[in-house]
Design a binder for this molecule. Structure first.
Ligand code: APR
Ligand code: PHB
Length: 392
């Protein structure tokens, strides 16, 4: 087969890129190694920056978001038994976040892809990429019992952290920057009406906790736990007991308890691979960078990467210019590092770091106290949380 851009991975990055290029009349083939159900049902984060919401609406994939997304003008930071609201809309001239599950975004983008009748292969096996330094890079995969060879002008590696694209880049080309954190997150989906209409980030001596939601009947909650914590150690009652201990505030606020629909533990790491390009292979999203979820940046970074890549490919096919393609990695990495810094800062601000001294603990509390008492500090958090302007 022949196409202009071969896209490996049908997560938010790959599907969004496919749609942006479709709108610019550029041919793509998307190759995904899992089945459609797995890709859609995978429970992930769910906070969209203002820019991501505007983008999805602008490309005609905003109907679900419009009807089921929950716009939040603020968030709460809670510590020492008290919640403190940060009015992000007031501090950023009206910008906000929207809570809308990543799996909903993926479902909407798959529906949009199917409507374009452009190729989307699920269940592709033995996916590999080759000839990255040539003018015709190749994606090979097996679908059903047919072996496919897809000749491309470019390959977009949107196959996540555990994909094949990044590891296909020769040894020594990439610089790897990483930090792992001495804790993970135990996340649950619960059948309980949200008792707060905005997210609550809690610092507690027993560890961090996060109150979020998916709808007016589904709550999404997280607990800081030791890294690699086996979920078996957390029967539902123990989870609720710990959630209530960490989150309940002196004014009596606490999450509603309900049936736990799903639970799991995710590790926490910061990771950047640079450059985000090798030859005709362009990495985007989790294939190139991972942020700890505390800043809710993962999905939004994937979206901003592919906006830059789509612009660069459009320029190439319309004018033959490779300028934007040459600058792709540098443009994306500027935003990636700012998001890395913000996510690291939120993580170290709000988590109980195991080897902290009593001095550090008091300093952490003073950090939080300064934050909720300073308009400048709250504005800095707010403008980063709702999303910095897309800078090309
Ligand atoms: N061949 C084809 N597809 C693959 C392969 C492979 N070898 N390996 C992985 N994939 C697919 C995965 O099954 C997944 O559907 O690539 C897709 C990558 O999607 P994501 O991991 O969601 O990454 P990305 O699209 O970059 O979105 C980043 O996802 O993980 C969240 O928090 C993260 O919000 C961030 C967002
Ligand atoms: C979520 O709703 O899943 C969520 C919200 C905020 C975060 C991370 C995850 O920082």
């Amino acid at each position: 087969m022949r196409t202009q851009v071969g896209i490996v991975g049908a997560g938010p990055a790959g599907l969004l890129l496919g749609h942006l290029l479709h709108l610019n009349g550029i041919d793509t083939v998307i190759v995904e190694n899992r089945d459609r159900e797995y890709v859609v049902d995978r429970v992930r984060a769910g906070v969209l920056e203002q820019g991501t919401v505007d983008l999805l609406a602008a490309i005609g994939v905003g109907a679900g978001l419009e009807s089921r997304g929950l716009r939040h003008d603020g968030i709460f930071i809670s510590f020492a038994g008290r919640r403190h609201r940060i009015d992000m809309a007031e501090l950023t001239g009206g910008k906000a976040i929207t809570v809308y599950g990543q799996n909903e975004v993926v479902r909407d983008l798959i529906d949009a892809r199917v409507a374009t009748q452009r190729p989307l292969y699920f269940d592709a096996q033995c996916v590999e990429v080759n000839a990255l330094d040539s003018s015709t890079p190749i994606v090979r995969f097996v679908h059903g019992d047919t072996a496919h060879e897809l000749q491309c002008d470019f390959i977009a590696g949107c196959d996540g952290f555990h994909g094949v694209c990044r590891p296909s880049i020769p040894e020594g080309v990439l610089s790897i920057y990483e930090r792992s954190y001495p804790f993970g997150w135990l996340g649950i989906l619960a059948e309980a009406a949200p008792s707060s209409d905005e997210l609550v980030y809690t610092y507690h001596d027993r560890g961090f906790a996060l109150f979020s939601m998916r709808s007016t009947s589904i709550t999404r909650l997280y607990l800081q736990v030791p890294p690699d914590e086996p979920i078996e150690r957390w029967p539902d009652d123990a989870i609720w007991e710990e959630m209530l201990t960490r989150m309940t505030t002196s004014d009596g606020w606490q999450p509603n308890v309900g049936r736990i629909l799903q639970k799991g533990v995710t590790p926490m790491r910061s990771f950047v691979a640079a450059p985000m390009r090798h030859g005709r292979l362009f990495l985007a999203g989790d294939a190139a960078h991972i942020v700890p979820p505390t800043g809710a940046k993962g999905l939004n970074l994937a979206a901003s990467d592919v906006v830059v890549l789509a612009r660069a490919l459009k320029a190439f096919y319309e004018t033959g210019s490779t300028d934007w393609l040459e600058q792709y990695s540098a443009i994306c990495l500027r935003r990636v590092w700012k998001a890395q810094r913000f996510s690291w800062w939120m993580t170290t601000l709000l988590h109980r770091l195991p080897d902290l001294t009593e001095f550090d603990r008091q300093r952490q509390l003073a950090d939080l106290d300064y934050l909720i008492g300073s308009r400048a500090a709250m504005t800095s958090l707010a403008e980063q949380y709702v999303g910095l302007p897309q800078d090309f």
